[in-house]
Design a protein around this ligand. Structure first.
Ligand code: PDD
Length: 280
């Protein structure tokens, strides 16, 4: 079944979803995006995703393309029209189309597009086996707190990881792990979860935020601080989080086995409680 996509207020068959070649998202990566998971036909962590969108738009001084109510209605309509039970909704706002100038054009109106992708989020087989990651240099810009569509560094990093037999690259800057190319990074030592503190160096993950709340309800301590690859090699467990992977166990970093090469008890518990909530 061809998907229904959303382009500037219209629901269209995917083959008809088109934007201008002058769109600044296309020419300058002048735009922001959000990826929201859908489980059992329901949006997961929608509120936090839209809070983050609001912040990203404000930081880049891009106008809202519609009202918040309209954006929620669009998400719900996309789930309905695509009969989406499990997967993601991708949405993107750019500064719009105008003649090419670096400074903000006066006449452009924001472009809003969205599409769905069916994905196996809950029973993702990777979650049973765990995944491999490799460390790579963090070559991104200095405002990673903004969820911008300027994703060339993550594209190259993820490709490098795949070519090395891993599914994610953990990026390293000044000797410390920042985050994954499209996920936040965690290790577990002596029952405590360690993850980098929020700053302009990483994206404030919505899954990370949910995890903090659920871990605290479960009595699992999370310590926010930087960690190195060497510390990660010696960790009891490691994992990553994102809207499209939820809580994903890591069993190998740079070819070194973590926790005996099996998903450990803390990450299994955290994934279980995350899924319980997401499925509601
Ligand atoms: N990526 N860090 C980066 C660099 C990311 O791109 C993402 C998400 C995250 C996790 O954020 P969240 O938990 O809100 O998904 C952290 C999405 C999934 C993507 O680009 O596809």
């Amino acid at each position: 079944m061809a998907r229904t996509v959303f382009v500037n207020g219209e629901y269209l068959p995917e083959s008809e979803g088109k934007i201008s070649i002058f769109d600044r998202g296309f020419l300058f990566a002048d735009g922001v995006y959000e990826v929201t998971a859908v489980v059992n036909g329901k949006l997961v962590d929608y509120g936090p995703h839209m809070e983050r969108l609001e912040r990203s738009l404000k930081e880049l001084r891009i106008d809202w393309p519609c009202t918040k109510d309209e954006l929620l209605a669009m998400h719900l309509e996309m789930v309905k029209r695509n009969d989406l039970k499990e997967g993601i909704i991708y949405m993107q706002v750019t500064r719009g189309a105008a003649d090419r100038t670096f400074n903000f054009p006066k006449e452009s109106k924001p472009t809003l597009i969205a599409f769905t992708q069916v994905m196996n989020l809950v029973n993702n087989p990777n979650a049973t086996t765990g995944v491999r990651v490799v460390t790579i240099p963090d070559i991104r810009w200095a405002r990673r707190d903004i969820k911008s569509v300027m994703l060339l560094a993550p594209v190259l990093g993820k490709q490098e990881a795949y070519e090395k037999g891993a599914t994610e690259g953990w990026m390293v800057e000044d000797g410390f792990i920042t985050e994954g190319t499209s996920s936040n990074a965690y290790i577990v030592k002596d029952g405590k979860v360690i993850t980098r503190e929020l700053s302009n160096s990483i994206l404030a993950g919505c899954t990370r935020r949910a995890l903090f709340r659920l871990a605290s309800e479960e009595g699992i301590e999370i310590v926010e601080r930087k960690f190195t690859a060497e510390e990660a090699y010696a960790a009891d467990e490691a994992f990553l989080t994102s809207a499209s992977q939820f809580v994903m166990p890591i069993i190998e970093i740079d070819g070194k086995r973590i926790g005996g090469g099996q998903p450990g008890p803390v990450v299994r518990k955290l994934r279980e409680i995350f899924l319980e909530e997401a499925g509601k």
